[in-house]
Design a binder for this molecule. Sequence first.
Ligand SMILES: [Zn+2]
Length: 467
Amino acid sequence: MSYLLVEHADVLVTMDVNRREIKDGALLAEGNRIVHISDTVEMQLYLHQYNIKPDETINAKGTVILPGLINCHHHLYQTLTRTLGTAGGLSLFDWLKTLYPVWGQMDAESVYTSAKLGLVELILSGATTVADHLYLFPNGSRLDDEIAAAQELGVRFHPTRGSMSLGESKGGLPPDNICDTEEHILNDSQRVIEQFHDTDDFSMCRIGPAPCSPFSVTADLMKQSAEMARAYEAVNLHTHLAETIDENRFCLEKYGKRPVEYMESLNWLGDDVWFAHMVHPDEDEVKKLAHSCSGVCHCPSSNMILASGIAPIRQMVDADVRVGLGVDGSASNDGNQMLGEVRQAMLLQRVGWPGFESNAGRFSARDALELATLGGAKVLNRKDTGSLEVDKAADLIAFRIDDLHHAGGQSDKVASLLSCAPTGVWLSVINGRIIVQNGELLNVDIENLVIKHNQLAHEMLVKAGVA
Ligand SMILES: [Zn+2]
């Protein structure tokens, strides 16, 4: 096993139980595991004591080191349709109806290429673990296509095998021709779990079934997906929930229940479940989420672009709900800037509440960073990442704070990452491997990736008659 030493970070944020922030911080990894964390002086003593000579040493002076950020909800394929429908401010249901026919033109190549592009953008902005939700598979595309992209890049990946089975003719929202049969959905979900799901510590790939939402799948598919997932180890369930007032209304009209109550009736609450959004839970629903240990992924930019509302994240965190952060699909955010999303979470929780004028501190920079690190690890049930501690995975990132954008922010270098304009990582190490060095993603031809991606995106628009 080789040793990687990172030393002289201005601040190393551990997110450990004491939330230690170490000045002149240093971290030593052996292979993919962290073996020591301390200040740089103590690190030298440690290396001497155990006669360790690092194979690679990185001088991180002028940076803040954080645990790698965890993106808990995304639809990577949507990079193909950025800005379509978002410019004018459509609400969720109208936005979806505009995009469904274009998404129906995807194929294996566009799923692979968009996943690669979206993951590159996420890695460069601080993500080291990414959960994705792919819920339509037209023209022979498969979950395998995005897994291939993640494996090439070396990012820790939680792809969920999504699905839509409740087409317009059955009272659902999506057109029938992009929905699938429930038999095929369940068979294919089982196939990808058996082929790719890895339960080991430091796993680089965990699969989960993810019926898309209450308005695009049947109750029966939700129940059967849960039964199937629970027959395997560490297979977590994922869906969208309580995203908009429209959805609350849909659930009350169609099922006679509010969204969380509806999920409860399907056996879809528990520590193996996480929901994207949760913008509109009432107090009782927040209690149910907490008591059942169900997880929530907050997606602030998407909630603003689609005018969905402001999720009560402070209340959920205070009620001990597991809450993480996600950028959501890159067509309902139009960006995959992970650090930028952390900033959005901080900002959005500070507005829109009764008496908010006196509550600017209700969500601090560190609260927001915690959502994207420890919070994300809890939501994805990962005990091996989310903080920088001995025996955890070597997933770490560094941002420069001696640059133009952070000038004058030296009084609190950690908070300056969010209060100043979000930037890209200078260093990213995932599972002990250096993926980004000096701000450059190693071994990826980004220019040609963008050209290919834009060609495929244009072809989809032409086929759908939009361009
Ligand atoms: Zn989503």
